[in-house]
Design a protein. Structure first.
Length: 120
């Protein structure tokens, strides 16, 4: 006589929804964290550039969920992309991209923790 266990999508469908909710929450938290971390290395003169930072969230399905951190001033792209600029205050070249690269593992861990918390 054989013993078997059947796994039904109906039985575990609730976990899929919980995991998706955790993924969405994790991406939002990680996006906010990137905004905060990048703000610490964003060039500072008057504070207008730093204060223009925003996080937008897109996606509610598992195929494409993202948070976008952006800076909205006429000169943000130039300051971010042009090497050799000198800043009167604090800051560095490519502050957003470098911060994202340097902290990638931390942001991944935040997302994973939110998914784990959601499916408990």
């Amino acid at each position: 006589m054989a013993t078997y266990t059947r796994i039904s999508g109906r039985k575990y469908g609730d976990y899929r929804g919980k995991a998706q909710g955790g993924l969405n929450a994790g991406v939002k938290v990680a996006g906010q964290m990137l905004r905060r971390d990048a703000g610490a290395t964003c060039p500072l003169d008057t504070g207008t550039l730093r204060n223009s930072a925003a996080v937008t969230f897109a996606g509610t399905n598992s195929r494409h969920v993202q948070a976008t951190v952006s800076y909205n001033t006429p000169y943000a792209l130039i300051v971010h992309e042009k090497p050799g600029l000198t800043y009167q205050g604090a800051g560095r070249y490519k502050w957003l991209a470098l911060t994202a690269e340097e902290n990638e593992a931390k942001y991944r861990d935040i997302i994973a923790a939110e998914v784990r918390k959601a499916v408990r």
